[in-house]
Design a protein around this ligand. Structure first.
Ligand SMILES: [Zn+2]
Ligand SMILES: [Zn+2]
Length: 253
């Protein structure tokens, strides 16, 4: 007889294009579980939940969480195409120096979200600006310069033991991402044309991954054609320096 695992209750809804790592971070808190306990229960590793989400057992994982099959459909498509193009996501995804998954944040999105979360696009090295707010994304907390790693335990320890954190604030210094300065594209004036192309190609990359096909010069091509764009240096990757830092440096000169 097939064993039916109990469904969890009280889990948060999956928000628009939310990354699995963001959702798991919020969901673990809702269950009063540690990240390690919760990811082990789901059958994914606790290191890179975004990529592990596609591991075998996905249907069971969704079912036990009471989620519909389509709850993560868009992020699954994007991540599956990523793994075809760049197995392990070493070039396309963002990582800390210690090899932990990291994210960028739009200060204005962080200010306006009622339920703070991170979309899967914020994990991509090529996705550098927010098309809704027309500003650059930030690679680190504006106050303490810590990078944003996910998944992350929202249960605070040290001096704030017993309190919980939010995805709208720095996990280390607790300053809100939305309180930081905003670099609006309209204030940047003319920038090197390669940067303008990289900004646009960042958006095009995510669309291509979702469709699992690239459109180059108006022609539909296999997703592997993205490598030509990469080879020309027209796509920012995990080794590219943060564009917001380049701009701040330029303002100081
Ligand atoms: Zn935004
Ligand atoms: Zn901070």
């Amino acid at each position: 007889m097939r064993t039916v695992r109990p469904q969890l209750v009280g889990l948060p809804d999956v928000l628009a294009l939310e990354s699995p790592a963001s959702w798991v971070t919020r969901a673990a808190l809702s269950q009063g579980a540690t990240l390690r306990e919760f990811t082990a229960f789901l059958g994914v590793g606790s290191r890179d939940v975004d990529q592990d989400w596609l591991r075998p057992g996905l249907g069971q994982r969704l079912s036990v969480c009471g989620l519909s099959k389509g709850a993560f459909a868009a992020t699954q498509r994007v991540m599956a195409a990523t793994q075809r193009l760049d197995p392990g996501g070493h070039r396309l995804l963002l990582w800390t120096k210690r090899g932990r998954p990291r994210y960028r944040v739009c200060p204005l999105c962080a200010r306006s979200q009622r339920a703070p979360y991170f979309g899967i696009h914020c994990r991509y090295a090529a996705w550098c600006y927010c098309p809704e707010h027309h500003c650059l994304l930030e690679d680190a907390c504006w106050s303490c310069r810590s990078q944003i790693e996910l998944p992350w335990s929202l249960v605070r320890t040290d001096g704030l033991a017993g309190k919980c954190a939010y995805l709208s604030e720095c996990f280390l210094c607790t300053r809100r991402f939305g309180d930081g300065p905003v670099i609006r594209l309209s204030e940047m004036g003319a920038m090197p044309s390669v940067f303008s192309l990289q900004l646009e190609n960042g958006r095009a990359l995510l669309a291509a991954l979702y469709r699992n096909e690239a459109v180059l010069n108006g022609r539909s091509r296999p997703i592997s054609a993205i490598r030509q764009v990469e080879a020309l240096g027209l796509l920012r990757n995990s080794n590219s320096n943060p564009l917001a830092d380049w701009w701040r440096q330029r303002c100081r000169e």
